[in-house]
Design a protein around this ligand. Structure first.
Ligand code: KG4
Ligand code: ZN
Length: 359
């Protein structure tokens, strides 16, 4: 007979859950921007619940996120969202092994609500507290639906606030090889959407409208940065869209929003695909994972899928609900931090500009 310990070691090595150990349950909390979210994660990869209370309808009135309103809404919603997450997972706070909370980057007032809540729960229930980097959470969202995905791999992070190419060396270990020099890609989507009269958030609206437009109607610039092949710049393409609109207005020419959306989206996705594939080849990565809100963009997924196929790279991306802000991804990232022994004290604070890999 093979001893249990031996079986367990073999099982862990091959990622098989042996069922003879206690499950690890993490309560994830996310409040860095305009979503108040809580989730319960079992053994790092299984989502028992994922509750998201979105404030989008409220911020739409102002064309973007109003930080003060975001913080106030988080305070109103957070207890209820956590209660729902526990209820749906059929667990209580006593069953939870640790609380993982986003402590940066993000809006300081919004982050503080989640951090204070997590600290209060951990203090009252004597549970370990694990602070999580929001963007590391986005990358970790890929672990939820892809059991075979394990580091090392290349990550392309495309969110409303960040655009990074990273090598995920191990769980929670990142090497940044490229970043945006100006606007994040999601920010460019939102600004271009506003300029053609689409509401907030613009990304999904551009994605939809672009399906009716001609991606080759207008040639928008694709920025290259000398000496930094994996860095990005999206302010040029955003200005080019504004110039195109002004030019049409001055010449009395018709503005075709669907063509602008499709052509802008093509310019952006072409750059993202080109740089990610170049990085994967140069860094010898056979796996590429997309992360962040823009990872749900249909044109980006299709173009990246095609390019990865041609270059024998396996592509991963989360379902749309795990691409945009959620707490399941925070629970997953928190699980791996917890397993490594990361614990935060009561001094944990919101860090609005927290860098990737910082603890
Ligand atoms: O990751 P996320 O939820 O928040 C940040 O951490 O920033 O990303 C939000 C961003 C917004 O800019 C939104 O317009 C963009 O993701 N986004 C999309 C799509 N869905 C969301 N951009 C392009 N196409 C989409 N389908
Ligand atoms: Zn995010």
């Amino acid at each position: 007979m093979i001893p249990t310990v031996r079986l367990r070691v073999v099982g862990e090595r091959f990622g098989i859950w042996m069922g003879n150990e206690k499950d690890t349950l993490i309560l994830g909390i996310e409040s860095s921007c305009d979503e108040t979210a809580a989730a319960v994660i079992k053994n790092g990869r299984e989502v028992l619940s994922n509750i998201i209370s979105s404030q989008i309808e409220l911020h739409k009135l102002y064309g973007g996120v109003v930080p003060e309103i975001a913080s106030r809404k988080h305070i109103e919603k957070i207890n209820q969202v956590i209660e729902e997450a526990l209820e749906e997972a059929k667990v209580t706070l006593d069953d939870i092994d640790a609380v993982a909370v986003t402590y940066g980057p993000g809006l300081v007032g919004a982050l503080l609500v989640g951090v204070a809540e997590a600290k209060a729960i951990c203090f009252a229930k004597k549970k370990p507290l694990v602070g999580v980097h929001h963007i590391e959470g986005h990358v970790s969202a890929n672990y939820i639906e892809h059991a075979d995905l394990k580091p090392p791999f290349l990550g392309l992070i495309v969110s409303g606030g960040h655009t990074h190419l990273v090598i995920v060396k191990d769980y929670g270990e990142y090497e940044i090889i490229g970043r945006t020099r100006d606007d994040a890609v999601g920010e460019a989507f939102d600004k271009v959407a506003r300029s053609i009269g689409l509401g907030y958030p613009g990304g999904p609206k551009i994605d939809k409208l672009a399906k009716e437009g001609n991606p080759n109607a207008i040639v928008f610039p694709k920025a290259k940065i000398d000496g930094a092949p994996f860095d990005f710049s999206f302010s040029g393409v955003k200005s080019a869209v504004l110039n195109h609109i002004n030019g049409c207005n001055m010449k009395g020419q018709e503005i075709v929003p669907a063509d602008i959306a499709a052509s802008f989206q093509k310019a952006v996705t072409d750059v993202l695909v080109e740089k990610a594939i170049k990085a994967a080849k140069e860094k010898n990565c056979k796996k590429l994972a997309l992360a962040g809100g823009v990872a749900s963009n249909s044109a980006l997924r299709t173009a990246m899928e095609q390019a990865c196929k041609e270059n024998d790279i396996k592509l991963y991306y989360p379902s749309p609900v795990y691409c945009t802000d959620n707490a399941a991804m925070i629970g997953v990232a928190g699980y791996y931090e917890y397993q490594k022994g990361v614990r935060h004290g009561w001094e944990l604070n919101a860090v609005p500009n927290l860098k990737i890999g910082e603890r």
